[in-house]
Design a protein. Structure first.
Length: 240
């Protein structure tokens, strides 16, 4: 997978960049390709830094850390925001914010670049905020989640089911509540969102806490120890 990605992206970029220059002499093509790709790289670096305003650890109120998430899932979700399948409901405030965040993203090449960039970042330790009964959580995970999200919460692309092992607790529980209430997976074109929404319908808050505590304890990101209290985004149950 990773190899295909590394090869595919430059190819796609090259295709778009030299598309208009085929009639030029070889030397000119090379030069214009080089200068345009440098230009795009720096433009994309600016865009990534804008994403990181909300997707980095500095802000107390923010979106999820995306580092190390699978390329296919990131690109899938970016497509959904881009086409308005996610992020257009003002009542879902945090998702709506991302609906604003996506406006800068112009096309498929940029989506591919961003998904590739975030999927290649090192994961970072997360602060543990969800406590629960790990034994009950394990039972629940094995009854209700494992068939799609995998034995080690590693995800299953064939079922469009993302890995759950890189999620921070606060984001994990918030998304489960959104699936349960219909704030996520409501759009008529969000086929896979609907699949997940129906998988969450009858779970209580305690079910969610037990299950999330188990997944994070067993498969999740290493635990971070907070140095400063104000650096803990997950202290508030709602990030926005
Ligand atoms: C204004 C803040 C903001 C900006 C800027 C922003 N995002 Fe987001 N993003 C969010 C929030 C908040 C969420 C969580 C949405 C939710 O709660 O449903 C999110 C969700 C996402 C998701 C879905 C993650 C998942 O697990 O499903 C992806 C992917 C994403 N953002 C990528 C990006 C990229 C790439 C950029 C830069 C082009 C960006 N975001 C810019 C706030 C932002
Ligand atoms: C029938 C298959 C299926 C089952 C069962 C299922 N899921 Fe999912 N899950 C999905 C799919 C598909 C998605 C992607 C939804 C989308 O594209 O928005 C998803 C998405 C998610 C997400 C969003 C991740 C993110 O980064 O935003 C979480 C969290 C999640 N599932 C947790 C669970 C848990 C916990 C269970 C067990 C209670 C469960 N799922 C059961 C298929 C399933």
């Amino acid at each position: 997978m990773i190899h295909i990605r590394f090869i595919a992206l430059p190819l796609v970029l090259t295709f778009f960049l030299i598309g208009g220059c085929v009639k030029n002499q070889e030397k000119n093509v090379e030069m214009s390709q080089e200068s345009t790709s440098v230009f795009i790289e720096s433009e994309m670096a600016v865009m990534v830094s804008e994403c990181l305003v909300c997707h980095g650890t500095k802000e107390a109120q923010r979106g999820p850390i995306l580092n190390g998430m699978d390329y296919w899932y990131l690109s899938e979700q970016l497509q959904k925001f881009h086409s308005g399948v996610r992020g257009q409901n003002p009542e879902n405030r945090s998702e709506y914010l991302m609906g604003v965040g996506i406006r800068k993203v112009k096309n498929q090449v940029e989506i591919a670049y961003l998904a590739n960039w975030f999927s290649n970042q090192e994961t970072i330790p997360a602060i543990r905020t969800i406590r629960g009964d790990l034994i009950r959580g394990k039972e629940l995970y094995e009854q209700r989640c494992v068939q799609c999200h995998g034995e080690r919460a590693e995800g299953n692309r064939k079922l469009q089911s993302p890995a759950l092992d890189k999620l921070e607790g606060w984001y994990f529980i918030e998304q489960m509540r959104k699936f349960r209430s219909g704030d996520r997976g409501y759009h008529p074109e969000d086929e896979w969102g609907k699949v997940m929404a129906s998988a969450s319908k009858d779970l209580s808050d305690w079910d969610l806490k037990n299950m999330i505590a188990y997944v994070i304890d067993e498969f999740g990101l290493p635990e971070a120890t907070p140095l400063i209290d104000s650096a803990i985004p997950a202290r508030s149950s709602k990030p926005f």
